[in-house]
Design a protein around this ligand. Structure first.
Ligand SMILES: C[S@@+](CC[C@H](N)C(=O)[O-])C[C@H]1O[C@@H](n2cnc3c(N)ncnc32)[C@H](O)[C@@H]1O
Length: 273
């Protein structure tokens, strides 16, 4: 079968989500989606045809594309991912950008990433600051394994130390220059309304307690002891949580600033000790 016919078949099954069919086929052919047009007359192997149609059927059933391809791109980094682990979002790039604005290019020091997921935040920072060392915790065993694999794939494993643990986990007796987290921040009552595809990322990845701000309250209290003097905490927040998270940090003595994302929504809060 020709590439163009196979692609059209996939697109018609996924009507309304044609882009996902293109991304899947480009992934299987190890090419860029823009190249598909140039390859449209090429005959495709039976094996790729079968794998593509299996993928289309999974997409139709609501499996996110990133879990089918097993990979995700975040800033300057390509990461492996698996069902049950949070898929990095473009909004989180702002959190990394704001930290990079604070850390000078020759920064030497340590950061702690709480709830690391695939390791996207830590690895993106490590790639940009070669004297930085990152530690990361996650309660999800699968996430910790992925962080280790992703550290190796991206050539930063000797400066990246993921470990299974609740909040500060095994690093609670250390001192850090900064703590970063994109924690679960959706209120519990919204779980039932979430898209089934999003739910596949796991309850613990998404739900931040009854109000959605419980994680920030715990974090604000616990990080005070691990932050060096002049240290800072950088947090991703839900678009309607800016003022509440600012209050939570100010109550623990932090000086706080809120930053907006590309949609002009509150997205990042940074607190200095
Ligand atoms: C919204 S995801 C963010 C993942 C990743 N940092 C990112 O930005 O893509 C939140 C992560 O926090 C982890 N998590 C939830 N509760 C935790 C806890 N008490 N301690 C450590 N990690 C936790 C989840 O397993 C999940 O990987």
């Amino acid at each position: 079968m020709k590439i163009s016919s196979l692609l059209n078949k996939g697109k018609s099954i996924l009507a309304g989500r044609e882009k996902e069919a293109e991304l899947l086929l480009a992934h299987l052919l190890k090419t860029h989606p823009h190249q598909l047009l140039l390859l449209k007359e090429k005959e495709i192997s039976k094996e790729v045809e079968r794998t593509f149609l299996e993928g289309i059927s999974l997409l139709e059933k609501g499996v996110p594309l990133q879990y089918i391809t097993g990979e995700v791109h975040f800033m300057n980094v390509k990461l492996k991912t698996e069902e049950g682990v949070f898929i990095p979002r473009p909004e989180t790039e702002l959190l990394v950008e704001k930290i990079l604005e604070i850390l000078p290019v020759d920064f030497e020091g340590k950061g702690l990433d709480i709830g690391g997921g695939t390791g996207c935040i830590s690895i993106a920072l490590l790639k940009e600051r070669e004297n930085l060392v990152m530690y990361s915790t996650d309660v999800n065993e699968k996430a910790v394994e992925l962080m280790k694999i992703n550290g190796k794939i991206n050539g930063v494993s000797e400066r990246f130390f993921p470990a299974k643990g609740d909040m500060l986990g095994p690093f609670k007796d250390m001192k850090f220059d900064f703590v970063v987290s994109n924690p679960p921040y959706i209120p519990y009552r919204r779980w039932h309304y979430l898209d089934e595809r999003v739910k596949r990322e796991g309850f613990l990845s998404l739900i931040g307690g009854r109000e959605g701000t419980e994680f920030y309250k715990r974090l604000a209290k616990e990080v005070v002891d691990v932050l060096d003097d002049n240290g800072f905490i950088a947090l991703e927040i839900g678009h309607d949580q800016g003022i509440r998270v600012k209050d939570i940090l100010e109550r623990e003595g932090f000086k706080v600033k809120i930053f907006r994302d590309f949609n002009n929504q509150d997205r990042v809060v940074i607190g200095w000790k």
